[in-house]
Write a protein that binds this ligand. Sequence first.
Ligand code: NAD
Length: 250
Amino acid sequence: MRLQGKAALITGGGRGIGWAIAQAFGAQGAQVGIMELQGDNFAQLRDEARARGFELITLQGDVTKKEQIEKAVADLVAAFGKIDILVNNAGIVISRPFLEKTAQEWMKTLEVNLVGPFLCCQVAAPYMLKQKYGKIVNISSIRGFDHCGREGVMDYCASKGAIINFTKTLAKELAPHINVNSVAPGHTNTTMVQGLPEEVRRNMIEGSYLKRLAEPEDIAQAVLFMSSDEAKFITGQVLLVDGGFHLKRN
Ligand code: NAD
């Protein structure tokens, strides 16, 4: 029980990687809150959590709206008494070639993927600073890492590169009682990748030395480590979970 007694908030936790993180945390004894744009599947997720034996609260909110984050965090603290872990997982990708990409698409991507985590950290950090304990994990991407940008999603790549820099800067600013780290997933088997053309997905698998897409659980286990006290001397770090995809450029 690596997160026994810990209270965690996961943004975009209603499906994909976020829901896998929620389940991994719950299995290790955490009380879990997920914040999602839509509440359509909330009852089903609560049933699933109950069946798996962990406590889940479902919170509706948009990571780009500070007052909605404040309400979600206040509701989580009212339910669990504190917030120990924040995982900034909510993210979007809008694919369009560079010459057709609009400024609105850039702004939307940066708003969700970069301003969202900033706002969530700003709301959660005061609680963590007061209790002198906190773990923040920002979900970046292989596409924000070194030379791994991707055509058509340059705004996404820019947001994911920036979040790595944000992570390192915030790690300095919130030290010494709060650890701020990032997990950078490689191509992962969620709706974000499932909708891509077959050939693109084949290239993603071929490009990985472990010859498959990541499953959401692969990413969740890395986030679990970074959120646990096993990683208590790690801060400002990025953990790349990509099956060796980044090695290809060599
Ligand atoms: P997903 O689309 O399945 O899940 C994203 C979740 O975020 C959804 O539940 C969505 O409702 C939620 N969300 C979107 N905008 C939101 C907002 N404004 N407020 C609150 N919630 C919002 O995608 P996923 O693959 O599970 O991605 C999760 C994270 O992992 C994202 O940050 C993504 O960029 C990152 N990532 C994914 C991959 C991949 O290959 N799937 C690779 C690298 C990084």
